[in-house]
Design a protein around this ligand. Structure first.
Ligand code: HEM
Ligand SMILES: CC(C)=CCC/C(C)=C/CC/C(C)=C/COP(=O)(O)OP(=O)(O)O
Length: 351
């Protein structure tokens, strides 16, 4: 069965005919391909949204992995709100919010850029990353390094200037973990995903401590747990969709070292259950003590309801690891995270 499904899904993964001027197979393209059940297979395969012509500005933005940064900023806002409402009673001024988002965005963007500087050669081996600014040669290495350094230094300086050392140190530590540990691990061991999940979750403590929260607060660690666990269904879906590209480029991912998809499915199921558990605990014990109030019970139920589609998609992927089911897992992962963070924030505000 696995072989049959691999053959059918490999067919789905055949490199689509791409437009001359733009050979990037972006995540959008892969998500959109073949999702239309009534599509006439005899028609040429859709190659997704047309990519806009690269410009210097677009390349600078693309270097930072903007969509990851935007979601990081969503988690930053939620974590600061949760700290203010739940634990500290602090209230950030408009200016402080601007500095928090700009500083965190610059440090996160610098981390994404440093990752692309480090992987500028291996990125040329995957259609998904081959047309990135450095891999494609549109941007020079010197420019990439300069932008990485400038964004990182300015972002860290802004955070330290406005909020003191703690958020800035958390940001620098996250940067180092992602760039100097996670990135080199990608071609060595599939455990890279666990290190990446820690790096991807640490930014919650930037917003949380900037708003007066402590690193010892339970709600801070529940936020960390939500984000760390969420990254398993999120990435296992991507790792399945791009498994052949990762394998051909020499990356060590769960889906290249265990190609049946079973391990990826179980990691997605376990990650989703752990994510829901962290969200429920945060709703039932918002300030560290268990509160069985109607607000606790309703918001805990909302967390479970929000996570159910992702768990169902993960279970269906486990049943039959196919691209279309991995795409659904990815899509739901991008809906579930903001939904759970919103419920947790509303719980804290209504504490
Ligand atoms: C182990 C950790 C993670 C891994 C390995 C990972 C990997 C990836 C990869 C390979 C992509 C596709 C990028 C592209 O080609 O366009 C992606 C997209 C994305 N990631 Fe992650 N990611 C991780 C954690 C995170 C975190 C922490 C966030 C933010 C909180 C995040 C948010 C996103 C978003 C918003 C997208 C864009 C999805 C789209 O284009 O529709 N990811 N991720
Ligand atoms: C504040 C701060 C420093 C934030 C940084 C947090 C951060 C950038 C998390 C990213 C998580 C992650 C592992 C992304 C995938 O990178 P990848 O290299 O697997 O993606 P790729 O294959 O598309 O290059």
């Amino acid at each position: 069965m696995a072989t049959d499904c691999r053959e059918s899904s490999t067919a789905l993964l055949d490199e689509p005919p791409v437009m001359e001027e733009d050979n990037r197979e972006s995540l959008d393209n892969v998500i959109q391909q073949h999702d239309d059940p009534i599509a006439d297979e005899s028609q040429p395969k859709r190659i997704g949204k047309r990519r806009r012509e690269p410009t210097v500005t677009r390349d600078i933005v693309e270097l930072t992995k903007p969509r990851i940064v935007m979601m990081i900023l969503v988690t930053t806002v939620a974590s600061a709100w949760i700290a203010m409402a739940g634990v500290t009673g602090v209230s950030l001024s408009f200016g402080a919010w601007i500095v928090l988002l700009l500083g965190t965005g610059l440090v996160a963007g610098s981390a994404g850029a440093a990752n692309q500087v480090y992987e500028r050669v291996i990125d040329t081996l995957m259609p998904r990353t081959a047309s990135r600014p450095l891999a494609s040669g549109r941007m020079s290495l010197a420019a990439g390094v300069a932008l990485t350094g400038a964004a990182g230094l300015v972002g860290t300086g802004l955070l330290a200037w406005e909020f003191g050392a703690l958020p800035a140190v958390v940001g620098a530590a996250t940067w180092a973990l992602y760039v100097l540990v996670y990135t080199p691990m990608k071609t060595r061991t599939a455990w890279n995903t666990t290190v990446g999940a820690i790096a991807g979750a640490l930014p919650v403590f930037m917003g949380y401590t900037a708003a007066g929260g402590q690193l010892t607060d339970l709600s801070g660690w529940m936020l960390f747990g939500v984000l760390a666990c969420w990254q398993y269904p999120h990435f296992m879906a991507i790792a399945w969709l791009y498994r052949r590209q990762y394998a051909e480029a020499g990356f060590q991912m769960t889906t290249t070292v265990e190609p049946t998809g079973r391990s990826a499915a179980w990691q997605s199921i376990a990650g989703t259950i752990a994510l829901a558990t962290c969200g429920v605990v945060a709703c039932l014990a918002p300030a560290g003590e268990w509160i069985l109030s109607p607000a606790s019970i309703v918001t805990a139920a909302c967390v479970l309801a929000a996570c159910w589609p992702l768990l169902k998609a993960s279970l269906r992927f486990r049943q039959s690891p196919e691209d279309i089911r991995a795409r659904k897992m990815l899509r739901w992962s991008l809906v579930v995270l903001p939904a759970v963070l919103l419920v947790m924030t509303l719980r804290m505000i209504g504490l």
